[in-house]
Every structure is written in structure tokens, then in C-alpha cells.
Design a protein around this ligand. Structure first.
Ligand SMILES: Nc1nc2c(ncn2[C@@H]2O[C@H](COP(=O)(O)OP(=O)(O)OP(=O)(O)O)[C@@H](O)[C@H]2O)c(=O)[nH]1
Ligand SMILES: *[C@@H]1O[C@H](CO)[C@@H](O)[C@H](O)[C@H]1NC(C)=O
Ligand SMILES: *[C@@H]1O[C@H](CO)[C@@H](O)[C@H](O)[C@H]1NC(C)=O
Ligand SMILES: [Mg+2]
Length: 405
């Protein structure tokens, strides 16, 4: 019996192969039957509302065997309009090549194929030819490669090496993630205080930070950099959460020292309420997850931010603890920007291991061809600080969020 069945399967398989061969070699199969995009500018989504344009007339209406996927919202390959003074920026090692290739492909497919913004790659080592060849081929704008100067990726002379080494030993025993890593600390310090001052970055006003192995799940049909400029935004995020306390025990003390020395850098109408429940006495550990950022480089290059970074740097916590660039950037944004200058990109569906931001609201997800599972959305989870961001800004949560938590 089993033998007979196998025999039958072979025959069906062989017939299928013969049929396939017949179809592929047949000259009667038309090769260019696909409907082509009409190149209609009006099909681009309206950036202010994020609503897709109306479906194109004459789209496939009589198909009954499938759900016709009308071409609504599919923008032309290149969006019209001016380009902003903006770039993507990635810090990476040569060994990150395939993980960053995946990220670039996501960003290009969902956004940059329409805008062709540049991409700056930074490394503490020289990028090799393979890294450059592959990333240049993937980026639709100009790809640029920079080496980080030694003095931005080493221990400052005021750091006590023995004390730093002892801390790494202790953190290793406590099994704190990256607790014994020197390079991770250089990375966090570099992202906190130096990437925006790299010579290649001086040519730009806006940046979008991209890390290896991140994903985008929805189409972005408008220029996010222009949105930032038009709405006077300086910093933005998609995910927020509470920091691991063991990595930043004295960060808030250093911040308080900074604000007492430089009270003029603390702005009225800031987001102190988002990061402190007691008006600044203690830090609640909320931070924007900085592996995604769209922000203004001139703000990071401002005297206020440089004074802030320099002050924290001298406190030593990048090496005597394991301060991350996420809380460092977030506290700066919360204290030195006006509330309205920080933007939550609910419409940018994003993943970096292990968290997902999937936009709340089914109609939005359908209109933007989203592929994320709304159940994976982290926003309304108790470990997220995004609900708090809505509250301190007096914003209504997105319609339907209760059903999607
Ligand atoms: N050139 C260089 N880049 C680094 C180094 N360490 C980390 N990076 C980059 O810095 C960024 C953050 O490092 P990650 O290892 O992603 O750190 P993370 O996001 O906290 O942790 P993961 O969960 O491992 O992603 C990424 O863009 C890395 O490619 C390094 O030693 N040299
Ligand atoms: C882009 O911004 C940088 C930094 O503000 C500036 O130096 C540069 O001149 C600008 N470039 C253009 C083309 O506007
Ligand atoms: C406080 O900040 C000032 C100015 O940055 C610095 O000189 C001083 O060492 C700091 N003190 C502490 C305790 O961190
Ligand atoms: Mg990462």
C-alpha cells in the first residue's frame, strides 16, 4: 500500500515537471501582461494625515478568485519634492555586514527607495572592501565610510584604569549584560558624545540611526526628516522602556550635578515629568530606545548638549558603571528640549531584538501594508514608558488601544 502511494506521487511529480517545462518553453505565454503603475503623483499619501490617496481608477475589478490588491498608496519609485539635509547613520563592525544588510534592505524597501538619502557608516576600525561593496550596492543614496579617531574610542586620561577593570570583573560576576565589555562601553560613549561630531556628519543637519538586524513593518510614504523640520521636532522615538538599574546607579547624581552647574541649559516646559515622579529628586529609569532615532544633529552639537556630555563624561560612569547612550540621550532630550520638540513615531513600525513597535489601529496597518503582529506591540505593556509619554503630553492614546494591549 505505502509503496503504491509513493509510486503514484512520483507519477504526479513527473507530470508536473513535464507541464512546467511545457509552459516555460511555450512561446504563447505572454511575458509582459502585468498592469504597470500609472506614475500618478496623486497616489502618494498625504504626509500630514498619513492617509493613502484614493485607489486608482480602473484597477482590476473583475477578479473573483483573489482579493484584488488595488494599487492604492503605492507611491512612485521616487517621491517628488525637495530633499532635506539628512543622512542615515550606522555604527558597525565589518563582521556586522549581513545583519546591517538586512536592516538597509528594510529601510530602503519601506522608505528610502523613494527618497534616496545618504548613509554614513562609522567604525573604530577600517571598513573592508566587502563591507563597502555590499552596503554601497544596497543604499539608494550615497554611502560614505568613516573611521573613528582614536581619541573618541579610548579611555580618557582622567579614567582610573584599575578601577574600571575591577568594575568589569564585578559586573561579569553579577552577569550584567555586556558588563565586562570594554568595546561596548566605548560604543555607548561614542554614541553619547561623538558620532554627531564626526567629520562626515558635519555635512548634515538631520540623522536617522540604524543598527544591524532591525526591521520596518509598514510603508512610510512621506519624508520623516521634513516632518521633523516642519513640526519643529528635535528628537524622536518608536519604543521606550525602563533602564536596567545596575548599569546606571549614579547617572542621576551626575545629571543633578550638571543641572546645578548649568541651570541655564534646563529648558522651561520640558519633559521632566516623564523621567521623574518626584520633580527631579529621583530618576524613574524611563528612556527612549536609542537604537532607533531620528533627530537633529545641530541640537547634539549645541553648547548645551556638549556641556552635558562633557560633564557626564568626567563623572566617569561610562567606565565605572556601564551608562548606555539611551538614558544619556533621553535625559538630555527630556531636560533640554521643550516637550513639543520630542516626537513619538507611532506610524513607524519597528523591531530591534527583543521589542516590537507595531502601530495601534487596524486601518492604518492595512493602508500601509504592515506585516507586524499587533499582539507583539510593546507600547501598552507595563515595562513601556510610552503610555506615560502620552499622559505627560496630554495626548489621547490611539483609538482602539485598549483592545490591542
Ligand atoms: N565599529 C564598532 N561598532 C560597534 C561595536 N560594538 C557595537 N557596535 C555597533 O554599535 C551599535 C550598538 O551595538 P549592539 O551590539 O547592537 O548593542 P545593543 O543594541 O545594545 O545590543 P544587541 O541586543 O546586541 O543589539 C550597533 O550598530 C553595533 O553595530 C564595536 O566594537 N565596533
Ligand atoms: C547641512 O547642514 C550642515 C550642518 O548644519 C551645514 O553645515 C551644511 O552647510 C548644510 N548643507 C546644506 C546643503 O544646506
Ligand atoms: C560636577 O560638575 C562639574 C562641572 O562639569 C565638575 O567639574 C565636577 O567635578 C562635578 N562633580 C561631581 C561630583 O561629579
Ligand atoms: Mg543593537
Amino acid at each position: 500500500m505505502a509503496g503504491q502511494q509513493r509510486y503514484l506521487r512520483y507519477i504526479v511529480f513527473a507530470l508536473a515537471i513535464i507541464l512546467l517545462f511545457f509552459i516555460s518553453s511555450s512561446s504563447s505565454v505572454p511575458s509582459a501582461q502585468w498592469p504597470s503603475y500609472k506614475g500618478d503623483q496623486s497616489a502618494v499619501a498625504d504626509p500630514t494625515t498619513n492617509k493613502p490617496a484614493a485607489p486608482l481608477a480602473g484597477a482590476d475589478k473583475d477578479s473573483t478568485a483573489t482579493t484584488p490588491n488595488t494599487q492604492n498608496g503605492l507611491p512612485p519609485a521616487t517621491a517628488g519634492g525637495e530633499r532635506m539635509n539628512a543622512t542615515f547613520v550606522t555604527l558597525a563592525r565589518n563582521s556586522d555586514i549581513w545583519d546591517i544588510a538586512e536592516s538597509i534592505r528594510h529601510i530602503e524597501d519601506r522608505f528610502n527607495r523613494k527618497f534616496h538619502y545618504d548613509w554614513v557608516f562609522l567604525n573604530d576600525d577600517d571598513f573592508n572592501d566587502e563591507f563597502k561593496k555590499i552596503t554601497t550596492a544596497l543604499v539608494s543614496g550615497t554611502a560614505k565610510y568613516g573611521k573613528i579617531p582614536k581619541e573618541h574610542w579610548s579611555f580618557p586620561d582622567f579614567i582610573d584604569q584599575d578601577r574600571a577593570a575591577k568594575v568589569r570583573e564585578e559586573m561579569k560576576e553579577k552577569k550584567i549584560i555586556y558588563g565586562d565589555s570594554i568595546s561596548y562601553r566605548h560604543m555607548c560613549r561614542y554614541e553619547s558624545g561623538f558620532f554627531f561630531r564626526h567629520p562626515l556628519m558635519l555635512d548634515y543637519e538631520w540623522y536617522w540611526r540604524v543598527e544591524p538586524s532591525v526591521k520596518l513593518f509598514c510603508d512610510i510614504d512621506y519624508d520623516t526628516f521634513k516632518f521633523m523640520a516642519d513640526h519643529k521636532k528635535k528628537y524622536s522615538f518608536t519604543l521606550s522602556l525602563y533602564e536596567y538599574v545596575e548599569t546606571i546607579p549614579t547617572l542621576w547624581d551626575a545629571v543633578k550635578n550638571f543641572t546645578s552647574v548649568y541651570p541655564q541649559h534646563v529648558v522651561d516646559g520640558n519633559s521632566m515629568k516623564w523621567i521623574s515622579e518626584d520633580d527631579g529628586k529621583t530618576y524613574n529609569h524611563c528612556h527612549f530606545w536609542s537604537n532607533f532615532e531620528i533627530g537633529n544633529l545641530n541640537w547634539l552639537r549645541s553648547q548645551a548638549y556638549i556641556d552635558y556630555f562633557t560633564s557626564l563624561d568626567h563623572a566617569g560612569g561610562f567606565f565605572y558603571e556601564r551608562w548606555g547612550d539611551a538614558p544619556v540621550h533621553s535625559i538630555a532630550a527630556a531636560l533640554m528640549l521643550k516637550k513639543e520638540e520630542i516626537h513619538f513615531f507611532n506610524d513607524i513600525a519597528y523591531y530591534h531584538v527583543p521589542f516590537t513597535h507595531c502601530p495601534t489601529g487596524e486601518q492604518y496597518r492595512l493602508d500601509h501594508k504592515c506585516s507586524c503582529n499587533p499582539k507583539d506591540n510593546f507600547d501598552w505593556n507595563g515595562y513601556s514608558c510610552t503610555a506615560r509619554f502620552y499622559e505627560i503630553n496630554g495626548m489621547d492614546k490611539p483609538a482602539g488601544y485598549e483592545k490591542e494591549q
